[in-house]
Design a protein around this ligand. Structure first.
Ligand code: ADP
Ligand code: MG
Length: 247
């Protein structure tokens, strides 16, 4: 397989903070339509890796290619335009707007202010809002003020806001943190549904959840990839048990 077949190809990626290598010569390849889970102990570099992919942090060395386009020197907003969507650990939604409005304002706008206004009530936007809302289990909550949603529903709404942009690569950092057991189950189904036509990278700690969604798991430790493979193989890997699963 050549690098052009991957959605994301990361090679020799390195970044240091005051001489400490938070990411140390990482290689990572994500297929189109793949759902990849990244696990590892606190401080392993998982969040930093997503920061590097979305452009929040700049790489010191190495390469990040998305759809075979080099990203390392590209501005964050351009990476969004190319199709990368990033969800952070705490949801950032507009609490005073309704669910519908939160999704509506997330529709990618034309370049000019006038263009943006002309778009607002467009049929296409309405259609997309309804599709996305049902994808993230909020189809019957469209007129509710977002601040009144449960914590889990706020997380789904933020995923929905990213889906409005139809990203080809979605980056989710601990999406089920703070969710109820039922919401976790629902999120597992939601993720399987939304990775049908895009690649998704999920960082997660909850191993029951990881088992439910993962086909391939990458284990990070001290800024490096410690192991990679199907969950069954990862679970019985003595190095993974030592640094992570055994704790
Ligand atoms: P994880 O998400 O796996 O828990 P992080 O990527 O958040 O780990 O952090 C990896 C390491 O890099 C940690 O030791 C953290 O303290 C350090 N780190 C992350 N971001 C910064 C930053 N902006 N400045 C300095 N150190 C950082
Ligand atoms: Mg983290």
């Amino acid at each position: 397989m050549s690098n052009t077949d991957f959605s994301l190809a990361i090679e020799d990626l390195t970044v240091s903070f005051d001489g400490f290598k938070a990411i140390d010569q990482v290689n990572l390849y994500i297929d189109r339509n793949e759902l990849r889970v990244i696990i590892g102990p606190n401080g392993a570099g998982k969040t930093t890796l997503l920061d590097l992919i979305c452009g929040k942090t700049r790489a010191a060395a190495g390469s990040i290619k998305f759809k075979n386009i080099e990203l390392t020197k590209m501005a964050e907003f351009k990476r969004v335009r190319l199709g990368i969507g990033r969800k952070f650990q705490t949801p950032s939604i507009y609490e005073n707007l309704t669910v519908f409005q939160n999704l509506e304002v997330s529709f990618p706008k034309g370049r000019s202010v006038l263009g943006a206004l002309a778009f607002v009530c467009d049929e296409e936007v309405q259609q997309r809002v309804h599709t996305v809302a049902s994808d993230v289990l909020l189809g019957d909550r469209l007129q509710l003020q977002a601040g009144l949603l449960s914590h889990g529903q706020k997380q789904w709404l933020e995923i929905g806001m990213l889906l409005m942009q139809e990203p080809e690569l979605l980056l989710l950092d601990e999406p089920i943190a703070g969710m109820s057991a039922k919401e976790r189950d629902q999120t597992a189904e939601l993720l399987k549904r939304i990775c049908n036509n895009r690649s998704v990278i999920v960082i997660e700690h909850d191993m029951d959840f990881v088992k439910r969604i993962a086909s391939k798991v990458t284990v990070m430790h001290q800024g490096k990839i410690l192991a990679e493979g199907p969950m069954s193989k990862i679970q019985s890997d003595p190095r993974v048990i030592e640094v992570y699963l055994g704790h």
